[in-house]
Design a protein around this ligand. Structure first.
Ligand SMILES: [Zn+2]
Length: 385
């Protein structure tokens, strides 16, 4: 089994006596109420999804990630995982404090051992992580809305977040690893997606599946921008293909609870590490992975992996081209495998597909399977997307 990033899968979830005594202590701690997004980040740290992180980044790690794409211990890491609060909130806390982390209703979820509090370096973070200071960029907009002071330190989780949806697909890294072990897979490819499945994605996944033992479908269910297809229809589209189009014993689905950053190349590395923590040995990196608008070059995310040695990354990126159906080849193909002119290609255009679906029409079957199209037509109708 592949090692977690940094060598060991982190577990910051307290159990038994340890948990009971921490809950008692927490009654006397100063408290901080977190948004669902921040609470989810705490949980993602606690389950080891963000291994080797043990908490929200302190100043040294934050600086190091911005400037060097590494944690202060040298491990490659490309996305800041920070807890931003307002200056007023930060006045309540001092390094050395233990802080009770609660949800908006006041339920206790975790304890933060505060190591340091420091100013966010937002302009620099925008440029270094997103490559732009433009507040139209959804990741940058989210960054600008974050509190100006960051609280760094390790966390201990006392209570898991209760989710209304997709509980059958919520595997912690430790569960995903167990499942992979049970199946006896040596090589597993992870596929990150925030889209429903069209033929182009199916092709990439199946190409990858030809060279490994199993496929982990890992659709993101954290926050996305509002113009993305609603998550329940994205998941349903996957259920349809898993049932009818994929070999049941070679695929499983586990949702990815993190929020989208739209940080393109830097987020591609982050996505790969999270899948490595789930036990994947390979990771599909398509064109403009985790991109938005035209902020990143088509191959920037794939090229980002070349900044590091294979040992430093630990998971193998599989670089894929844009795929399409070629009428001459009479199959799915990419520019790597098809010699024909683009006039013979039926390709996926997000805008065109959305227009058809909104009108209640199935896109050509070479683009989207009819049974998937029906799910998305239903989704479009119910959400007026
Ligand atoms: Zn062709």
């Amino acid at each position: 089994m592949i090692k977690a990033h940094g060598g060991r899968l982190i577990n910051r979830i307290l159990e038994g006596k340890e948990k009971e005594s921490m809950i008692k202590k927490a009654a006397d701690m100063p408290e901080l109420r977190l948004s669902t997004r921040d609470l989810t980040e705490a949980e993602n740290i606690a389950t080891g999804l963000y291994s080797p992180l043990r908490g929200f980044m302190n100043k040294e790690d934050y600086r190091s990630v911005l400037e060097n794409m590494r944690l202060s211990d040298g491990n490659v890491w490309t996305i800041p995982i920070v807890l931003g609060v307002s200056e007023k909130e930060a006045e309540e806390f001092n390094p050395g404090d233990q802080i009770a982390l609660k949800d908006k209703e006041g339920a206790l979820y975790a304890v933060l051992d505060l190591e340091d509090k420091y100013f966010a370096d937002k302009k620099n973070e925008a440029l270094k992580i997103y490559g732009t200071e433009d507040s139209e960029h959804p990741g940058v907009a989210n960054l600008y809305n974050r509190g100006d002071i960051q609280l760094g330190g390790s966390i201990s989780m006392l209570k898991r977040i209760e989710h209304e949806r997709f509980n059958e697909y919520r595997l912690d890294p430790v569960d995903a690893r167990k499942k992979i072990e049970e199946k006896g897979w040596k090589r597993v490819v992870g596929f990150q997606t925030r889209n429903p499945i069209h033929h182009a994605h199916e092709y990439l996944q199946k190409c990858a599946l030809e060279i490994v033992d199993g496929l982990l479908l890992s659709p993101l269910v954290g926050e996305t921008k509002s113009s993305d297809i609603p998550v329940e229809y994205r998941i349903e589209s996957y259920e349809v293909v898993m049932d009818k189009i994929y070999p049941h014993d070679r695929v499983f689905l586990s949702v990815f609870p993190a929020a989208m950053r739209y940080a393109g190349p830097k987020e591609a590395i982050f996505h790969a590490f999270c899948r490595k923590n789930y036990g994947c040995t390979h990771f599909i990196v398509g064109r403009d992975h985790a991109g938005v608008g035209d902020y990143y070059g088509t191959y920037e995310a794939q090229e980002m992996f070349d900044n590091f040695t294979p040992e430093e990354i630990g998971i193998t990126p599989l670089r894929f081209e844009y795929s399409f159906y070629c009428k001459k080849c009479e199959s799915m193909a990419t520019s790597k495998t098809c010699p024909h002119d683009s006039e013979h290609h039926i390709g996926l255009s997000g805008t065109k597909v959305r227009k058809l679906l909104r009108e209640g029409k199935r896109p050509p079957k070479e683009m989207t399977r009819p049974e998937v199209a029906d799910v998305l037509i239903k989704g479009m109708a119910e959400t007026n997307n």
